[in-house]
Ligand binder design. Structure first.
Ligand SMILES: *Cc1c(COP(=O)(O)O)cnc(C)c1O
Length: 384
């Protein structure tokens, strides 16, 4: 990903910065088209993973829609040129204003997460003299086998509606005149690398679809959410997630009806590997048993290690000296501001450049101004 001439260009740039390899993103999108869209699956990109216009532009070109979790994300998707008919809007805490934003543009689907939300959307749609298309986000109670902060499909997660509450919903829906129920929605978690939870999801969805039909609801679409993981340990040997196997799970296990649409909402798997956080070594410091490489990027630019104990590969771009063992840490006043502990890297000195890999998803979008730090730039491979 980093040729010598590219590293030469990096040397003159102020650090830290995000670097996005748009060629890598295009190749990833080719796989989404080949193994997903070409089979008739609809894929909404989860815009919360990275909402830079340069990225959104390529995603739109590839024919994907958008999945949003806030009103501002709906506006952003529209600004980027996506049509309202390509936009789904999920989230447990949609405000009245956010709901109005969706209603005004006539988005494809509100993914509703509580009975009270259904009632509120019905009232607001009535006030605007319109009808909202909604799908019900159901909680399938599936263990996604990922970090607990990014598991969303268990019974006691805050997300979705528990299927036990469905009798209430079946009673309620016919009374809500400004709502049109068009589907059911699921999203069981993120960074899921073992495909078995998705097989389990299909089984649950098949049961639930029958329950809806027994209650007189034919579903236009089924939305299975996102969650496919990426390889954080070896981004160069697996730069593109295995979309083929992912979509095959649903080919084989999901029972769909004639004319029924199947939707997905993938975020991390699309943009994760195209981004890196490029940083400069500020100091090398010897502790009692630990040698620290203190770099100029921190949890303010990439919070995943501090927040979810996530591991991002650190590549040294400007040294090939014999290796030493380092803790790679940022400058922020928190001990959790640590990227890697006790890893072998080519010997580093002040001024060396490192790339923190797989930072394209949930990196820049989760950046903060903590310690009054400046927001850093994004640099794109097509204009450097
Ligand atoms: C975050 C989110 C996604 C995307 O998850 P990834 O793990 O990035 O694929 C999809 N759907 C919903 C509702 C989400 O909140």
């Amino acid at each position: 990903m980093f040729s010598d001439s590219l590293v030469e260009k990096f040397r003159d740039l102020p650090t830290p910065f995000y670097y996005y390899d748009l060629g890598q993103l295009k190749k990833t999108l080719d796989h989404v088209q080949k193994y997903g869209l070409s089979k008739g699956y609809h894929v909404h990109y989860a815009i919360k993973a990275n909402y830079n216009f340069e990225i959104l532009h390529l995603i739109k070109e590839a024919g994907l829609g958008i999945d949003c979790v806030s009103g501002r994300e709906v506006e952003r998707a529209l600004e980027a040129g996506f049509s309202p008919g390509q936009i789904a809007f999920a989230g447990v805490g949609k405000t009245d204003d956010e709901i109005r934003t969706g209603l005004k543009s006539g988005i494809y689907s509100f993914n509703c997460e509580s009975t009270q939300e259904l009632e509120v959307i019905n009232i607001l749609a009535g006030q605007m003299d319109t009808k909202a298309s909604v799908s019900i986000r159901l909680n399938p109670n599936i263990e996604a086998k990922t970090h607990k902060y990014i598991t969303t499909g268990l019974q006691e997660n805050k997300f979705g509606i528990n299927p036990e509450k469905l009798p209430l919903i079946f009673e309620l829906i016919p009374r809500l005149n400004h709502i049109r129920l068009n589907g059911i929605h699921f999203h069981i978690g993120s960074q899921i690398t073992d495909l078995k939870p998705f097989v389990e999801l299909c089984t649950r969805v098949n049961e639930l679809q029958k329950l809806f039909e027994q209650n007189g609801c034919q579903l236009e679409h089924i939305n299975l959410g996102g969650g496919l993981g990426i390889n954080y340990n070896a981004p160069d040997s697996e730069p593109i997630p295995d979309f083929q196997s992912f979509f095959e799970v649903f080919d084989h296990h999901l029972e769909i009806r004639d004319g029924q649409q199947v939707h997905f909402e993938l975020g991390r798997s699309i943009v994760g590997q195209c981004g890196s956080l490029i940083s400069r070594v500020l100091y090398i410091k010897d502790g009692v048993n630990t040698r620290f490489a203190i770099i100029d990027a921190g949890m303010t630019e990439l919070i995943r290690p501090a927040l979810y104990q996530a591991s991002h590969r650190v590549d040294v771009l400007t040294s090939n000296k014999p290796s030493q063992i380092y803790d790679v840490v940022g400058p922020i006043c928190e001990s959790s501001d640590t990227f890697q502990r006790a890893i072998q890297l080519p010997a580093l000195e002040r001024g060396d450049l490192v790339a923190i890999r797989s930072a394209g998803a949930y990196g820049e979008v989760m950046s903060s101004g903590y310690n009054l730090r400046d927001r850093v730039k994004a640099i794109y491979s097509d204009r450097i």
